[in-house]
Write a protein that binds this ligand. Structure first.
Ligand SMILES: [Zn+2]
Length: 415
C-alpha cells in the first residue's frame, strides 16, 4: 500500500526528520513532532474514504494513516463506535441535531484504544522492542492491553491520583505499574523530556509520541461516514488534547481531499478546578500556564494543572476553527452523567464533561439551533465506580420476597 507521509516536522524549529526512525520529541529543540503528508498526491490517488469496508476498526481508513504492514497490526476491534442521536437533551435544549460519539464501547472502555492500536503497531513496524508510557489511568490500561497482546515488555507510570479500579486494570493486562508522585505536571514534562534526550527512551505519551494522535483522525472519518457531512461543532474533553488535535487533523484532511468544505468549531472542555486552557482563551493568549489544582476535581482523566508545551496545539485548534475553551464544575459533571445515562450511555466524569459543556454553550449562545453538534464521550463509567455512586440519582428501595410486599412497592412507585 502506498504511503503519503513525507517526514516528521517540528512544531517549533520546523526541522524535518526521516520516517521509520524511533523519534519522539524533536531531537534538536524538544518541540512536538507532526507527521507531514503529501496531501496533493494523496488527493490524486485517494478517491474514497474507506479503504476496506469489511474492516470494522480504525484500520478501515489505513490508507490515510501511517503505513503498517498487515502482519504488524495490533487490533482489538477499536473504533467504529456508535454515533447516537440524542433523544432527551435535544428536545430539552432545542438543538435537534445533537449526537454522542460513544467511545465507552471501546475494547478497554476508553477512546485511548484508537491511539495505542496505531502507535504500538507502528512501533512494531519500526523495530521498537520495549514500551513505556505515563498515564492518568485510561491510557495505561489501553497501553497495557495492546502491548501485552503484541508481546512488548511494558512499564506504565500511573499518576498517584488515579483510582484503584484503573490501576488494577493496568495490572490485570500484565503491565508493570509504577505509581508516579509529583507536585506539579511541570515535573512530569521535565521527566519525559529527560527520558527522550538522555535515555533515548521511545515513549507512548500523547504528543511526546508523534503517532498516537494520528489515530484520532478516525473520529473525523467515522463521524463523516455516519452523518454524511462534517458537524458544525465538536465538543471534546481535553487533558493533553490529543483527541481534539487529531480529530481536527482528520477534518482538515477531509477538506484537503475534497470530501467536504466544512470543518467543525472545536470546543475543548476541562474541569474548572484546573482550567488552564479556559484561562488562556479568555485572555486571547496562545499559550497556557500552570493553573489550579488537579487533585480537586472528580474528572480525574483530564485533571492537569500545566499542559505540555504550554498547550499551544489545543489553543491553536480552538482559534483556527472559531471554537471555545470551556470549564465545568463537578456538580455540572455529575448532572451530565445522569443526563447521559438517560440517553443510555454510562460515562465516567471526564467523558461527561462534553455534555456539561454543551449545556453551558447553549446557554451562552455559542451553539445555534440549526447546528449539528457531536459530543465525544471518551470513557466508560466502569472506569470510576466511586463517581457512579456519587452521580446515582434515585435512592434504593427495599422489598421482602413476597407478593403482598411487591404489590405495596408497585403502588408506592406508581408503576
Ligand atoms: Zn525542533
Amino acid at each position: 500500500m502506498k504511503t503519503f507521509i513525507e517526514s516528521f516536522v517540528c512544531d517549533d524549529c520546523k526541522k524535518e526528520f526521516p520516517l521509520d526512525t524511533p523519534v519522539t520529541i524533536c531531537p534538536s529543540c524538544g518541540g512536538f513532532l507532526e507527521l507531514r503528508y503529501n496531501l496533493a498526491e494523496m488527493k490524486r490517488v485517494v478517491k474514497k474514504l474507506v479503504f476496506d469496508d469489511r474492516c470494522r476498526s480504525i484500520w478501515r481508513y489505513r490508507h490515510l494513516l501511517p503505513h503498517v504492514d498487515e502482519a504488524n497490526i495490533i487490533s482489538l476491534g477499536e473504533g467504529c463506535t456508535p454515533l447516537l442521536r440524542s433523544v432527551h437533551i435535544a428536545k430539552e435544549t432545542g438543538i435537534s441535531e445533537l449526537y454522542f460519539k460513544n467511545d465507552t464501547m471501546m475494547p478497554t472502555g476508553s477512546f485511548k484504544d484508537r491511539g495505542f492500536s496505531l502507535a504500538l503497531s507502528y512501533a512494531k513496524q519500526i523495530g521498537v522492542r520495549r514500551a513505556f508510557t505515563y498515564s492518568s489511568g485510561n491510557a495505561g490500561a489501553s497501553f497495557a492491553a495492546y502491548s501485552s497482546r503484541s508481546g512488548f515488555p511494558s512499564l506504565v507510570c500511573v499518576e498517584y491520583i488515579a483510582n484503584d479500579a484503573k490501576k488494577a486494570m493496568i495490572q490485570l493486562y500484565g503491565a508493570r505499574t509504577a505509581i508516579l508522585h509529583f507536585d506539579s505536571f511541570d515535573e512530569i514534562t521535565e521527566m519525559l523530556k529527560g527520558a527522550a534526550e538522555e535515555l533515548k527512551l521511545y515513549q507512548f505519551v500523547n504528543f511526546v509520541n508523534p503517532i498516537r494522535h494520528e489515530a484520532m483522525k478516525t473520529y473525523a472519518y467515522e463521524i463523516f461516514e455516519d452523518l454524511g457531512r462534517a458537524p458544525d461543532v465538536m465538543i471534546h474533553p481535553v487533558g493533553t488534547g490529543g483527541g481534539l488535535w487529531g480529530a481536527l487533523k482528520g477534518f482538515n484532511e477531509l477538506t484537503e481531499l475534497g470530501f467536504t468544505e466544512k470543518r467543525p468549531r472545536m470546543f475543548a472542555v476541562q474541569s474548572e478546578d484546573c482550567a488552564h486552557y479556559k484561562q488562556a482563551f479568555d485572555k486571547g493568549e496562545k499559550e497556557a500556564g500552570r493553573f489550579g489544582d488537579a487533585t480537586k476535581t472528580i474528572a480525574q482523566s483530564i485533571a492537569c494543572d500545566a499542559p505540555f508545551q504550554k498547550g499551544r496545539r489545543v489553543l491553536k485548534a480552538i482559534y483556527d476553527t472559531g471554537g471555545a475553551a470551556m470549564a465545568v464544575s463537578d456538580e455540572e459533571i455529575l448532572e451530565a452523567m445522569r443526563n447521559l445515562a438517560r440517553e443510555g450511555i454510562a460515562a465516567e466524569p471526564s467523558a461527561a464533561v462534553s455534555l456539561a459543556a454543551f449545556k453551558q454553550a447553549v446557554h451562552l449562545g455559542l451553539i445555534n439551533s440549526g447546528d449539528t453538534v457531536v459530543c465525544v464521550i471518551t470513557g466508560s463509567a466502569m472506569k470510576q465506580p466511586n463517581a457512579v455512586e456519587k452521580a446515582a440519582g434515585l435512592p434504593e428501595l427495599s422489598l421482602n420476597a413476597n407478593v403482598s410486599d411487591l404489590k405495596r412497592l408497585l403502588k408506592e412507585t406508581g408503576m
